[in-house]
Write a protein that binds this ligand. Structure first.
Ligand code: IMP
Length: 180
């Protein structure tokens, strides 16, 4: 698996540090609130697990599964809810936890939906941000690291469902997806 990676973009050590820094900031910003963390499956799993343990507050946690890639390396722009939340977000301070923001099609759709459902506030924390990929204007409130417009895998991020278990974030060798 490691031999399919052209280069490591964010090491495990850097990810640990990012989670600590974001955890301290979120603990401070949500001090007198009881936020609802919403993880977007499946990519958020390693990040939400590490980040949650760095937030020194009581919070609720829920998951939602949305899809805009359908297996390839470019967003289809068509956001589908595959599994909805099992908890009401009305009057809640919602913090969406994502692995990466690229075109922002997914997050803009979800933020609009959550506001329509009556959330008190909707903010987002993302491990990675690819601002050059934007098709819609959107700035996440909390960003772990800004990266160039490259297709990355690992630490929850997949290519055709593989590589999510890599402990770091890396750039996949182009021949891996060109040969398909
Ligand atoms: P967006 O709607 O284009 O912002 O894309 C958001 C979703 O696309 C993320 O939650 C990922 O699942 C996926 N995605 C975006 N960029 C990458 C990437 O470089 N590697 C793997 N998945 C990605």
């Amino acid at each position: 698996m490691h031999s399919d990676i052209a280069k490591v973009l964010v090491s495990k050590e850097e990810i640990d540090q990012i989670c600590k820094t974001l955890g301290v900031q979120l603990t401070k910003d949500y001090e007198h609130k009881k936020p609802l963390l919403v993880g977007l499956l499946k990519g958020c799993i390693p990040f939400i697990s590490d980040l949650a343990r760095q937030i020194d507050l009581k919070f609720d946690i829920a998951y939602m599964s949305v899809s805009s890639y359908h297996g390839g390396i470019a967003s289809s722009g068509d956001v589908k809810i595959k599994m909805d939340l099992d908890i009401s977000i009305k009057d809640r301070d919602v913090l969406i936890v994502e692995d990466i923001v690229d075109t922002a099609n997914t997050i803009v759709t979800i933020v609009e939906l959550f506001k329509h459902r009556g959330a008190k506030s909707v903010k987002m924390v993302t491990l990675l941000d690819k601002p050059e990929g934007r098709l819609r204007p959107f700035q996440p409130e909390y960003v772990g690291k800004v990266i160039p417009k490259e297709f990355v895998v690992g630490y929850g991020l997949d290519y055709n469902e593989y590589y999510r278990n890599l402990p770091y974030v890396g750039v996949l060798k182009p021949e891996i997806y060109n040969n398909q």
